[in-house]
Structure formats: C-alpha cells, structure tokens
Design a protein. Structure first.
Ligand code: FES
Length: 569
C-alpha cells in the first residue's frame, strides 16, 4: 500500500510551518465541500480532465468523468475532478504544439502538488493525450488514461466522410473548382456528427492507440466511439482499477519502459499512424529516462507489418477498426513481435491481457499478421545533407511514384511567404518541382505548425495535379496525406541546411535509400547559411511562455519537449 497523500494524512501539506494546522485547515476546507470524516480516510483519486467548450474533441469528457467517479466510489475511493489546460486543434493559435509542453507541465505539477493518491487522465484531441502522458510519467503517481474516442463517421451524398482526411481532400477539390460554394458549405455541416476526436488514423487516434500499446490504458480503449455506451463502461472500469493500482503501488515508471515504448512504436507503424506520434513518443521516452532516437523508429517500421487499412493511408475509419477488434486485435496479431512481458495498468503483462483476445474480426480492416497489407510499417526516417539529424515521411500515405524523385526546388521562406505566393498564377512551378517550406520548425514556427502538407498551387490543381514532393521543418496533421517530408532537423531557424535551399536547386528524395539530398556543394551550403543569418525573434517570443519556449524547446528528433523536462535520473 503506497498511499501517502489522502486528505487526513500529512503528505503533500500546504506549508505553514505547522503540520497540524495545515492538516486541520485542509480537512476543514474538504468538509466545506461536503466531504465527511469517512470520506477523508479514503484514497483520493484525482481526475485530470481536459474537458473544454473550446475543444470540440474533448467536449464530452465531463460525462466520461462521471463514469470514472462511479467506478472509484464502487471500490472505496474518493474521486475529485480537476481541470487541466485543454488544447483544441482548431481553436488554438498559432498551433496547439506550441502549448503541448505547457499542458504537460500543468498536468505534472498539479498531479504532484495536490493531495491525490492516483490519477485518471481524460484526454482526446491530438496534443491533450501526449501532454497528459508526459506529465504523468514525470509525476510518477499511479495513473490510468481514458481517451475520449472517435466521433461518429459523417456521410455526404452516399459517401463516408473521414474527419479530417476528407476535409482536406474536399477543400482541395473546392480550390480546384470541382466543388461549388453550396457544396462545400453542405460538407461543412456534415463532417462532425458528434463529440469525440477525428475519425481517421490522425494524431488523436494514433496517440490513443499509442497510450493503449504503452499499457497506460485498459485494453480496448482507443477505438470505442465517443458516443458509444461502451466508452462510459470502459471509463467506469478505469475508475475501479485506479483504486487497486494505488494499493499495488503500480506507477508509470513500472509501465513506461523501453519494452513498452518499443511496443508503442511497433503499433504506431502497424497502423500507419501519425508522424506526430514519433515526436510525442520521443518526448515521453526522454521524460521516462529511456534512450530512444529516430533510428529506432525506422528499424521498427522496417520490421513491422502494416496491419490497419484506415484513412489517410487506407480505406476505413476508426468505426470499422472498432468493429474489427480495435487496437487489442492489432496487438494480438502483432504479439509475436511485441514485448509480451511489458507491464500494463491492469497489473498484468501485455501477453496476459491478450491471452483471451481474438485476433482480427474483419481482415479487410485489420490484416492477419501472415497476410499484411504491406510487409513494412508506414513510416520512414530519412537522413542526408538536408537533414543531418533526421526527417520523417509517412510513405504509406504518399504517392508511390514520387518516393524516388529529383526535382527543382520552389522555396517559401516562411508560412506568410507561402500563404502569399503559393497560389500566385505567376509562380514558376511545375508538377515535377519540389515545394520547400523554411522556418516552420519548433522555434521558427513557432511550435512546428501542421503546415507541412504545403498546398498544391492552384494552377497545378486545375491541371489535375494532386500530389508533389514537399519538404519542410514543419509537422503535418495525422489526417493529412501526400509525399511530404517533415520534421527536418536541425530546423532552418537554428541554421539547419534547409535554410540554404534556393529556388532552382535540385533536391533528391530517395525513400528506399532513406536519403534526402540537396545537390549543392557543402561549402556553398555553409556559405548560404552564414549569409542568411538567423531570423529575428518575434516580439511575442521575447517574454513569458514564448520566451521559455524559444529558449528551451528541443528539435524534432528529440521530441520538442523542453530540455529541462527530461528525466534527470
Ligand atoms: Fe481534435 Fe482532430 S481536431 S482530434
């Protein structure tokens, strides 16, 4: 029994220099909320809730929290819900990634500071899941995560709408003149049918899957649809389970290990998950003190079969993945390659959890391991003189013919420059060119906005072009697609070689050789970088959180966490 922080004991007291007074005051304030002497003797379960009306994807989490509370009460705990920062992808400027680390710090410090014996983490939208995992790993108090689940699949004119893969696809058709204003307005009203996160294997679905593969959720968490009553029953189970985790002293440091991180990477590759999952897993691993680098992702991706046929790289959505058995079925199929001895929040190992689980229930959605959709996972890591510290591509969502390609660079020096010129009819660009975006990385963005899927210039859209090679130091939404090289490190804003690319240079992409090359002499690259100088820092980044971010955020190959947040063990 590892309890130390309940409301009647002396753990985590407010400092007044008189422990008895602090205890008396805490009990008095707790009673002021209607708690009784009996309640004060019970283990306290914090429910870290990222519910917000400014975050569509998490807008149902109060109902989920109520289900967690039922479970906690059934097992003799006291549930106390508290808010954390919430990051809704479409409601945050400049980009939610800029604030992920702030949410991770909020989560960590509130878990650490408050008198709670264990915590249930409620997350959903893209950054809320990794931020809570990062915070929980650093706080290392017994923790179980419940994600919000995907929303209902939208329909338009007899076709499924994948949020948000089809948001992008249909917007591109609107830009190309193939959809009119009335039609795009109709789509706008049909894309999001319920609460919950995006319906495809975007970052939210990928990170929910990663959390399950890490062992930080109960089995079957990731794919249960948000409006499904099974989501509430799952949450109640998690509420029951956390009380016993406290009794067992089962903490994140016993669950998030090298073995479980490798399991999570393997699942991410097998589902062709979001490239953002790479950044977040690097950050989680560093907080857990686990050595991990981009080469681990490339090795595991090469070894892992592609098992999920889910958009943006496949045909289906999370609803069908749920019918096919969810992430448990993916893990059952992958079991021979997983670290089966890895511990999970159930108090059992991955292998024990999966013992009674069937494999795939629909092999058109989740392939059997002996008949995968591809023999390799969906992610590749590239190196070369353009990306000495690495870059990534989700080749499963790319155009196969473009995976080996050399083209002339068309350079945009910033997001503003891109927005101003990309659709200019006078832009000198052909379908064979390589679109290059600079200064959109962790510092240059700031926060690495999801701008890596550079829009295809309108004049090429009108010619029927739908994909080109695009490279940047930005990220890309997990729901996006195309031949898009991302996360180039070091980024342009710190003097990475990406800064040296000029219009007309030849850029070579060689995914099978895992290379990205700028065909310019090394001395010329160095000369251009020196000549360019580093961009002046935006006034918003000279004080407050912006300053902290600019001073301490790490590059993409390290997970973009703050350097001071890494484990010091
Ligand atoms: Fe929240 Fe897609 S916008 S998950």
């Amino acid at each position: 029994m590892s309890r130390s922080a309940d409301l009647s004991q002396r753990g985590k007291l407010t400092w007044y220099g008189d422990a008895d007074f602090s205890t008396f005051m805490r009990r008095a304030f707790a009673k002021g909320m209607g708690l009784t002497d009996q309640d004060l003797e019970k283990p306290v379960i914090g429910i870290a809730n990222s519910w917000s009306e400014l975050n569509h994807c998490n807008s149902h989490l109060r109902e989920v929290a109520a289900a967690v509370k039922r479970g906690v009460l059934q097992e003799g705990g006291i549930p106390l819900e508290f808010p954390t920062i919430s990051l809704g992808e479409l409601f945050i400027s400049p980009t939610s990634m800029f604030l992920r680390n702030l949410m991770a710090m909020d989560t960590e410090e509130m878990i650490r500071a408050q008198p709670i014996d264990g915590v249930v983490l409620l997350a959903g939208c893209d950054k809320t899941t990794p931020a809570q995992l990062m915070g929980a790993v650093s706080a290392d108090v017994p923790a179980v995560m419940v994600t919000g689940g995907p929303m209902l699949t939208g329909r338009w004119r007899g076709r499924d709408l994948g949020a948000c893969t089809d948001c992008r696809r249909l917007w591109t058709e609107y830009r190309a003149g193939n959809l009119n204003q009335d039609e795009i307005s109709e789509v706008e009203g049909l894309l999001f049918r319920s609460h919950g996160h995006c319906t495809v294997m975007g970052t939210a679905s990928s990170m929910a899957s990663v959390a399950e593969a890490l062992g930080m959720t109960l089995p079957n968490n990731a794919a249960i649809p948000a409006p499904d009553s099974a989501r509430l029953r799952h949450a109640e189970d998690a509420g029951r389970r956390i009380v016993h985790m406290i009794e067992e002293g089962l903490r994140p440091s016993m669950i998030v290990t090298r073995a479980s991180i490798e399991n999570a990477i393997r699942v991410l590759c097998a589902i062709a998950g979001s490239t953002n999952g790479i950044v977040h897993l690097l950050a989680i691993a560093r907080r857990a003190g686990i050595p991990l680098d981009l080469a681990d992702f490339d090795r595991i991706s090469r070894e892992s079969p592609l098992l999920a046929n889910v958009k943006p790289s496949g045909d289906y959505q999370m609803a069908e993945l749920f019918e096919a058995g969810g992430i448990s079925a993916v893990m059952k199929e992958l079991l021979p390659q997983l670290n089966a001895e890895a511990m999970t929040v159930t108090g059992k190992t991955v292998g024990e959890n999966l013992a009674g689980t069937p494999g795939t229930l629909r092999d058109d959605v989740i392939a059997r391991v002996d008949k995968p959709f591809d023999t390799e996972g969906g992610l590749s890591v590239l190196y070369g003189n353009l990306a000495p510290d690495g870059a990534v591509i989700k080749h499963a969502a790319a155009t196969p013919a473009l995976l080996q390609h050399t083209g002339r660079a068309v350079v945009f020096t910033s997001l503003e420059d891109m927005a101003r010129r990309v659709h200019d009819p006078d832009l000198d660009v052909t379908p064979q060119d390589v679109l290059v975006l600079q200064n959109a990385g962790p510092i240059g963005g700031p926060g690495m906005p999801e701008a890596g899927m550079i829009p295809i210039p309108k004049k090429l859209l009108e010619q029927g072009i739908r994909d080109m090679v695009r490279i940047s130091d930005a990220r890309m939404s997990g729901t996006a697609f195309g031949t898009v090289v991302l996360h180039i490190a070091p980024e342009a804003a710190v003097g990475g070689p990406l800064l040296a690319v000029r219009d007309g240079d030849l850029v070579e992409l060689d995914v099978s050789g895992r290379r990205i090359t700028l065909h310019v002499a090394e001395e010329e690259i160095a000369r251009r970088v020196a000549e360019s100088g580093l961009p002046e820092r935006d006034p918003q980044l000279r004080r407050g959180y912006g300053w902290l971010h600019a001073e301490h955020v790490t590059q993409a190959n390290h997970g973009c966490d703050f350097d001071f947040a890494w484990s010091i063990a």
